[in-house]
Design a binder for this molecule. Structure first.
Ligand code: KIV
Length: 273
C-alpha cells in the first residue's frame, strides 16, 4: 500500500470516499486540528479527517476534562480550522450537553455545519439512535463515539480501557450496530482491546476509526498535541510522539504518522490493550 502524502493531498475527502477506502482496505488517517495552521499542515500532508475535538478543553484551554467546552468554543475553532483545511473531511465534536434533546442536537449541529463542519461527532450508545437518525436524515453526517467516552468521565471514574469484559464488549458492538442502522456514517472507538476494535471493523459496514483500539480498525486518529509531544499531562499508552527524533519537524511528524498508519505500523503492540 502506498504511503506517499502526495497520493491524496488536496483531494477532497467525502463520506462516500471514506466508505470506498474501507472497501478497498486503505487505512484512513485522522488528526485533531483546532486552528488554521494545524488544519493546513494536516490536510496538506494528506490526512483524510480533521477533528475539531472537544479535547480542545484540555489541550487548548487547559481544563482537566472536556466538560467545560461550549458550542461557541467549538464553533470558533471550526471556523479557524476550516480556513486552513485543504480538502480533508472536517468533523466537529458536539460538546458536553449540547445534544441532550433532539432539538438541541439539531440546532447545535447546524451551528457547526454553518461554520464549515462536514460531520458531527456524538459520544454515547444506543440512546443516541433517534438523534443520529434525525441528524442524518436532515443532511448532517454523524460519527458515533463509543468505548471510552470522555464526556462521561464522572461515570467512568477515569480514562480507563472499556470493553474488557465480554458482556461489555458485546454491548459496545451491539450499540455500534444500532447507531449504524440509525444512520451513523462513521464509528470512532476509543480505548478498547485490540480484538474488540478488530471485531467492530469486521462486523460494521461503515468505517471504524480507532484511538487506543488496536491496529485492525479501518483507520486511526490522534490528538495533534500528542502527535507532537506537546501536552504536559500524563499521556496514554496508545500515544506516540512522532516529532521526537524526526528531522522533518512538524511536517515530518505528520507524514511519519500518516505513513505508519497506512502501512499498518502504527499502532504497534506497545500502543495496544
Ligand atoms: O476530542 C477529541 O480529540 C477526541 C479524540 C480522542 C478522538 O474525541
Amino acid at each position: 500500500m502506498s504511503a506517499s502524502p502526495q497520493e491524496s493531498a488536496r483531494k477532497k475527502i467525502t463520506v462516500p470516499a471514506l466508505a470506498r477506502m474501507k472497501s478497498a482496505g486503505e487505512k484512513i488517517t485522522a488528526l485533531t486540528a483546532y486552528d488554521y495552521c494545524s488544519a493546513f499542515a494536516a490536510s496538506e500532508a494528506g490526512i483524510e479527517i480533521l477533528l475539531v475535538g472537544d479535547s480542545l478543553g484540555m489541550v487548548i484551554q487547559g481544563h482537566d476534562s472536556s466538560l467545560p467546552v461550549t458550542i461557541e468554543d467549538t464553533a470558533y475553532h471550526v471556523r479557524c480550522a476550516r480556513r486552513g483545511n485543504r480538502g480533508a473531511l472536517l468533523m466537529a465534536d458536539l460538546p458536553f450537553m449540547s445534544y441532550y434533546t433532539e432539538s438541541h442536537s439539531l440546532e447545535n449541529a447546524a451551528v457547526l455545519m454553518r461554520e464549515g463542519a462536514q460531520m458531527v461527532k456524538l459520544e454515547g450508545g444506543a440512546w443516541l439512535a433517534e438523534t443520529t437518525a434525525r441528524l442524518s436524515q436532515r443532511g448532517i453526517p454523524v460519527c458515533a463515539h463509543l468505548g471510552l467516552t470522555p464526556q462521561s468521565i464522572n461515570h467512568l471514574g477515569g480514562y480507563r480501557v472499556q470493553g474488557r469484559d465480554p458482556a461489555q464488549g458485546k454491548a459496545i458492538v451491539d450499540e455500534a450496530k444500532v447507531l449504524q442502522e440509525a444512520g451513523a456514517s462513521l464509528i470512532l472507538v476509543e480505548c478498547v482491546p485490540v480484538a474488540l476494535g478488530a471485531q467492530l471493523a469486521k462486523e460494521l459496514e461503515v468505517p471504524v476509526i480507532g484511538i487506543g483500539a488496536g491496529g485492525e480498525t479501518d483507520g486511526q486518529i490522534l490528538v495533534w498535541h500528542d502527535l507532537l509531544g506537546l501536552y504536559p499531562g500524563k499521556t496514554a499508552k496508545f500515544v506516540k510522539n512522532f516529532l521526537e527524533g524526526n528531522p522533518g519537524g512538524v511536517q515530518g511528524a505528520i507524514a511519519a504518522y500518516r505513513d505508519a498508519v497506512k502501512r499498518g505500523k502504527f499502532p504497534a503492540a506497545e500502543h495496544c490493550y
